[in-house]
Write a new protein. Structure first.
Length: 164
């Protein structure tokens, strides 16, 4: 197997893992958290935000950001402006802007704000206010990155099709 093929397959796999993680979160975790009382919601979200920062997540999240453009570049240098190149380029741009970018510039700042919030010292009104500020914005951004990750994964899969 060539470096080009290995890079492309690994990039597709990692893109799929991130799309699956975000989709699964969208289908289940957000709904489960949404059913919790304010204090429990905020406490659970703080815990999840802390625990997601692990090597498995970083390998797939950052690996996708590195390997999609590398696969695109390798494919361009071995096959020129082919359908494979264009699908990989689309996957790269979608992932970099709408998954990674939305996460880093949208969800992470909200997570940081939540991590600084002292749940134990907060009044019921402060808990409700924090949840209201956090939940709607975070979920909206999460939906964007979920759909974008699925679209990036689809584009990456389509890159496997031979030029016709």
């Amino acid at each position: 197997m060539s470096l080009n093929n290995l890079t492309q397959i690994t990039a597709i796999l990692l893109t799929g893992l991130i799309a699956g993680l975000l989709y699964g979160y969208d289908c289940s975790v957000i709904r489960g958290l949404g059913a919790l009382q304010n204090k429990n919601f905020l406490t659970a979200f703080q815990s999840i935000n802390k625990e997601i920062l692990n090597p498995y997540f970083f390998i797939s999240f950052m690996g996708t950001l590195l390997l999609l453009p590398l696969a695109t570049w390798l494919n361009y240098h071995s096959g020129g402006l082919s359908n494979t190149f264009y699908f990989l380029l689309a996957a790269t741009l979608i992932y970099a802007i709408a998954v990674f970018g939305v996460t880093i510039f949208g969800n992470v700042p909200l997570n940081n704000t939540l991590s600084q919030f002292d749940i134990e010292k907060a009044s019921p009104a402060e808990l409700m206010s924090m949840r209201h500020h956090f939940e709607a914005s975070w979920n909206a951004l999460h939906h964007i990155r979920t759909y974008a990750a699925i679209l990036a994964f689809l584009a990456a899969i389509l890159s496997l099709l031979k030029n016709s």
